[in-house]
Ligand binder design. Sequence first.
Ligand code: FAD
Length: 317
Amino acid sequence: MKVTDYFEKSESTLVSFEVLPPLKGGSMDAIFKTLDPLMEFKPPFVDVTYHREEFIYKKKDSGYYEKTSIRKRPGTVGICAAIMHRYGVDAVPHLICGGFTKDDTENVLIDLAFLNINNVLALRGDARKFDGKFVSQPGGHAFALDLVKQITDMNNGAYLDQNIQNGNKTEFCIGVAGYPEKHFESPNMDMDLHFTKLKVDAGADYIVTQMFFDNQFYFDYVKRCREAGITVPIVPGLKPLTKRYQLNSLPRLFYTQMPSDLVNAVNAAKDDQAVKQVGIDWCTAQSKELKEFGVPCLHYYTMGDSKIIQKIVEGVY
Ligand code: FAD
């Protein structure tokens, strides 16, 4: 079923989760270990992230370094199929522009449609560490907007090869990313919302937000989206802070601000366990307020730690 159909059919706030593929060499058991305890909350869908290849420098016998490309976390499509098979819930693969030509994208979408995976989250993707800024694949898309357009074309039966007449019309429900604190590359929120609206006009059915720790950012974001004519559901993405160093690393990695009350509580916590509890309490309070506000779904970034997410969801429902 489509993600947006779940939203339409449910009278209360749903719960969903995002998982990361295990590092190459790992097994599906890691994913099942994360998800098994969370299934009691009956998530209608589970997202699986996608990770572009990274460059690493390997030292050779000669002493010189060789630039090598590796995919650290492959397997998104296979994991989605395994999740659907094991739990009977929908899986939402993240699909990125980085590392894909348009042909690669079309072929992945065909695989997904054949597997009856009819939901995707369409993203540009992060920059590779050594690139500094996002570099698109030659023959690929530079923005999520163009990826959304390609998926919409396939939903209309149009494939890259224009000789294909009356192609199978795929039925993808398309999610896209939104940023309550603005995407870091955008000059301002107006510009960011302009491009977000273009993604929706091009066929995106819903938005999932970047994590935030102050709900006011989400409330303001929803208001501004509605004023800008963006009417699709906006799902808040939530991640609990679990370690002291995240006070600095989360703002650096995700361009999110930490409210003073949260920072003070973490600084006052006497040990790692106390920090974890602060993070759980904070995320539980955030979730309760968002549920009260009537959000369609609370979407948790599990980062492989189901125990913490379990405690939070138990505290909310
Ligand atoms: P876009 O919508 O393309 O926007 C990127 C920037 O370009 C923005 O500043 C936007 O305002 C601007 N822009 C957009 N369109 C245009 C245009 N036509 N012309 C000029 N400027 C434009 N990354 C991964 O690698 N894998 C994942 O699995 C993953 N999952 C994510 C899940 C969620 C819910 C979120 C919020 C992010 C996720 N990311 C993931 C990170 C994401 O790839 C990065 O935030 C990336 O920097 C931007 O992606 P986007 O889809 O928002 O890009």
